[in-house]
Design a binder for this molecule. Structure first.
Ligand code: MN
Length: 220
């Protein structure tokens, strides 16, 4: 910006006692060497490069607010890189018997940076859940062999007596009255209708995967 740039403004803001504690996110069209260090010195919570996508901005704000409200002492600087890295650390199991729907969902999730695994029936899903660690399950409702409701009920049965609770989001073809209740009764946590819309899908994932997803990548 002319006259006073963003960093100068943040310096001034930090000198105002009534503004201490203000959460600051910076947007820049060209990242400069040393910007990350200045951000850290000035206690800037996020540094994002423009153009910024709506979903990235929303996710960054949620993370920043989570960190601000949380007890963490020195939260890491949130950047486009950390947003992508956190998504990469999220393992999503997609359970869907329809190959076209499956391919569409995988493409959407991987384009956004999530790590996916697939299963074509409830039975396959349960077998994978025994062997691998996931953060979220997207579960078709109607499937041959074992449908999504049965698979979720079996998963909840396995979780009994443990502190575990795998978030399961139902995907259903026709949003019929009563479907939502059936899904919730089977132990599902959320619900999206098919055909899948990207925004709806990403919002539901963000809603059910806790904001501390960065902890996953620290483990990696
Ligand atoms: Mn199906």
């Amino acid at each position: 910006m002319p006259e006073m740039d963003g960093f100068q403004l943040v310096e001034r803001i930090r000198q105002h006692p009534e503004l201490t504690g203000a959460t600051i996110m910076m947007l820049s069209s060209a990242g400069q060497r040393g910007d990350a260090i200045r951000c850290r010195e000035l206690d800037v919570a996020a540094y994002l490069t423009k153009p910024i996508r709506q979903g990235d901005l929303r996710e960054a704000i949620l993370k920043v607010l989570g960190k601000t409200l949380g007890p963490q002492a020195a939260p890491p600087l949130i950047t486009r890189h950390t947003l992508t890295r956190d998504r990469n650390a999220l393992r999503i199991l997609l359970v869907e018997d329809n190959a076209v729907n499956l391919a569409l969902a995988v493409r959407l999730l991987e384009k956004q940076g999530y790590t996916t695994a697939v299963a074509a029936s409830g039975r396959e899903a349960l077998a994978l859940l025994e062997k691998q660690v996931f953060d979220l399950v997207l579960m078709d409702v109607q499937m041959p062999e074992m449908d999504g409701l049965e698979a979720t009920a079996a998963l909840r049965e396995n979780e009994k007596g443990t502190s575990q609770h795998m978030p399961v989001i139902a995907m259903t073809a026709h949003a019929m009255k009563g479907d939502r209740e059936k899904c919730l009764a089977a132990g599902m946590d959320g619900y999206i209708s098919k055909p899948i819309k990207a925004n709806e899908l990403f919002q539901v994932i963000e809603q059910f995967v806790p904001q501390n997803s960065a902890e996953h990548s620290d483990r990696n």
